[in-house]
Design a protein around this ligand. Structure first.
Ligand code: CMP
Length: 144
């Protein structure tokens, strides 16, 4: 099934100049970029995005980190992209991420894991609507 997923390169990924590397991996896999912008998220946006973690001890640090600099927010489209993006990204803790995955190859720290990807159809819908206006997204993706 053709799906859309919300993918964000976090401030550490941007600061480490990994934007091109990460986008290239999604492009080479065959997914299509239908939305792209760079923003410094507000605390409100960050708190809404991570609402499910609100009670966790790391929530404050997570929000201050994600709002600390530019984030590259993207929407990628393609067959099974939600699960496939999670596979490309690797496990949340980069030390547990398989080599070959983005986090497995490029990160060490769970709090600095360089990229976020939606974990389900419902969160993809919610996160895309939170980060993007409909007018910022291509209506139809051009297949590649
Ligand atoms: P992400 O996929 O963006 O979703 C929630 C984020 O919380 C996760 O990636 C991590 O960056 C972060 N996170 C999860 N567990 C911890 C932790 N124990 N300490 C700090 N950050 C964490």
């Amino acid at each position: 099934v053709t799906e859309r997923s919300f993918i964000a390169i976090k401030p550490d990924g941007v600061a480490r100049n990994l934007v091109g590397e990460i986008i290239a991996r999604f492009e080479r896999k065959g997914f299509v970029l239908v939305g792209l912008k760079q923003i410094v998220p507000t605390a409100d946006l960050a708190k809404s995005h991570y609402a499910e973690h609100a009670e966790r001890p790391f929530f404050g640090g997570l929000v201050s980190f994600i709002t600390s600099g530019p984030v590259v927010a993207m929407v990628w489209e393609g067959k099974g992209v939600i699960a496939a993006a999670r596979a490309l990204i690797g496990a949340t803790n980069p030390l547990a991420s398989a080599p070959g995955t983005i986090r497995g190859d490029l990160a060490i720290d769970v709090g600095r894991n360089i990229i976020h990807g939606s974990d389900s159809v419902d969160s993809a819908k919610r996160e895309i609507a939170l980060w993007f206006a409909e007018t910022e997204l291509l209506a139809t993706a051009t297949p590649n």
